[in-house]
Design a protein around this ligand. Structure first.
Ligand SMILES: [Ca+2]
Ligand SMILES: [Ca+2]
Length: 234
């Protein structure tokens, strides 16, 4: 069953179904609200040390008294054990390599008190969607939500943007506006982009209040969607 991605934009979802994603992107571009442009904006802001990075600097510290708990995860999602490779080993790969409770700190996207980061290593185009307890969904379709969520890294929009050797998508909520309750993390494999991308392994990590509460490996085929993990913040 296809998970409803963005119930605040039923028109867009219906258009997806009727016309396919390219047609929707063209329509959005004509209206000056191109999803591709939104993705470029996110990527360029991050790479230039823009808003997301500045917010990270303000909010990456301790994380207050928030706690996060995994409610469920996709049966095919394989829990990953911490690597704890050492203090100098953090790389921009969607995992907390050095086990300091922060995912990919020092990379060109934000931390946050709640952080969900998706990463993969081939030419596929994967999309991250995070639905927060208010029902808002943060994704490339909507990079900022009224609840304070922000997509701070986006990769390979419609296969046309980003690197050819993998990507990262990451969403954050900050200390001054963290909705409490259940979050849903959904990954959509939009397309293979480069021929031969095919089955793609990705990692999904979730950080809450200065601790990584979940990390999974999941494998998806083109067009497949998975609700990787639900977690609760309280
Ligand atoms: Ca990392
Ligand atoms: Ca880390």
């Amino acid at each position: 069953m296809r998970a409803p991605i963005d119930e605040r934009r039923p028109g867009l979802r219906a258009a997806h179904a009727r016309l396919g994603r390219w047609a929707v992107l063209v329509a959005l571009a004509a209206a000056g609200l191109s999803a591709c442009a939104a993705r470029r904006g996110v990527a360029s802001a991050a790479s230039a040390g823009g808003t997301g990075v500045a917010r990270a600097a303000l909010t990456e510290a301790p994380g207050g008294q928030l706690e996060g708990t995994v409610v469920r995860h996709d049966p095919s999602a394989e829990p990953l054990t911490p690597r704890c490779a050492g203090a100098d080993a953090e790389t921009c790969d969607g995992r907390d390599d050095d086990c300091d409770g922060r995912i990919d700190e020092g990379c060109a996207y934000a931390g946050g008190v709640v952080q969900v980061t998706l990463a993969w290593k081939n030419g596929a185009d994967l999309d991250l969607y995070v639905r927060d307890p208010t029902g808002d969904v943060v994704s490339f379709q909507r990079t900022r939500s009224p609840s304070g969520g922000e997509l701070t890294a986006s990769a390979r929009g419609a296969c046309g943007i980003g690197t050819t050797e993998g990507g990262v998508e990451s969403a954050s909520w900050y200390a001054d506006a963290v909705p409490h309750g259940k979050y849903e993390v959904i990954v959509q494999y939009w397309g293979a982009c480069l021929s031969g991308a095919g089955l793609t392994e990705a990692t999904v990590s979730v950080g809450v209040g200065g601790a990584v509460i979940a990390a999974y490996r999941i494998a998806l085929m083109p067009t497949q969607r998975a609700r990787v993990v639900d977690f609760e913040v309280r």
